[in-house]
Design a binder for this molecule. Structure first.
Ligand SMILES: Cc1cc2nc3c(=O)[nH]c(=O)nc-3n(C[C@H](O)[C@H](O)[C@H](O)COP(=O)(O)OP(=O)(O)OC[C@H]3O[C@@H](n4cnc5c(N)ncnc54)[C@H](O)[C@@H]3O)c2cc1C
Length: 228
């Protein structure tokens, strides 16, 4: 699945691992020489520990391709007893096995980014690149989470996007924030121009519902960018 044979996988050292909130962990990895990817891409990742090397899962790089280190941000599903739960105890000095970069989410032009939960990761790389290129004007991020406690890197996103960074919560009453799923009326209010690009990433139902609503409101299939 990694697109790389076991021998071709790159073994990389974890240099730093910190929690961004109670369920999300950021890993900084030593970058293999010549390792390249485009913002929005990820790769299959396995933990280089006995019993875990064959259990590969896809994750997205959140660092810039030009950065000295690789960064991954991972939502941990502790009750699955799978790879992300195990990543909870992976720290500096441990190693991960990375497959070849892949992914269909890539920057195509100005537009709106709709992220559900950990679906923010491909957009982090793209937004950080646009910010670095001083080209963020004309882009909006709408990030849906269950509760305010699920948000991470809030300050950075606020600094980059200012009023074009919108948060919505599906399971919490927070004064000053909208509190429900993004619906058709929200989109009518939020989207001024249906000819721009729409970048979608998150749980399957989130992406499917947004796709349906945006197409219904006049977006074209070409303007939608999502993993699939
Ligand atoms: C292209 C791509 C890029 C991704 N990038 C990122 C990223 O950058 N960061 C990130 O955090 N995630 C990312 N993901 C999601 C990530 O791959 C999954 O969260 C991860 O594979 C889960 O692995 P696991 O072994 O912990 O869970 P698994 O056990 O593999 O669970 C996987 C899925 O099975 C179901 N499931 C299994 N057990 C249970 C249970 N007990 N209760 C309910 N449902 C269950 C759920 O649908 C769950 O999502 C990405 C996914 C794709 C496809």
């Amino acid at each position: 699945m990694s697109g790389a044979t076991p021998a071709e996988r790159q073994r990389v050292e974890v240099l730093d691992a910190t929690f961004l909130n109670s369920g999300v962990k950021r890993f900084v990895l030593r970058k293999p020489q010549g390792f390249t990817f485009t913002p929005g891409q990820g790769c299959m990742v396995a933990i280089d520990q006995e019993g875990w090397r064959d259990r590969e899962r896809p994750f997205t790089f959140t660092s810039l391709p030009t950065a000295r280190r690789l960064e991954l941000i991972v939502k941990l599903y502790r009750d699955h007893h799978g790879v992300t739960a195990q990543l909870g105890s992976v720290g500096p000095g441990d190693h991960l096995l990375l497959g070849r970069p892949f992914g269909t989410i890539a920057y195509k032009g100005p537009g709106m980014f709709f992220a559900g939960g950990a679906g923010i990761t491909p957009f982090l790389a793209i937004l950080r690149q646009l910010h670095r290129d001083k080209a963020l004007k004309g882009h909006t991020l709408v990030w849906s989470n269950r509760t305010a406690a699920d948000v991470f890197l809030d300050a950075e996103l606020g600094r980059m996007l200012h009023k074009h960074y919108l948060k919505t919560f599906t399971r919490e009453n927070v004064i000053g924030f909208r509190d429900r799923r993004i619906d058709r009326d929200d989109l009518v209010g939020l989207v001024r121009d249906f000819t721009q690009h729409f970048y979608l990433c998150g749980p399957e139902a989130f992406v499917r519902d947004l796709k349906t609503m945006l197409l219904d409101l006049g977006a074209t299939a070409d303007s939608l960018v999502f993993e699939g």
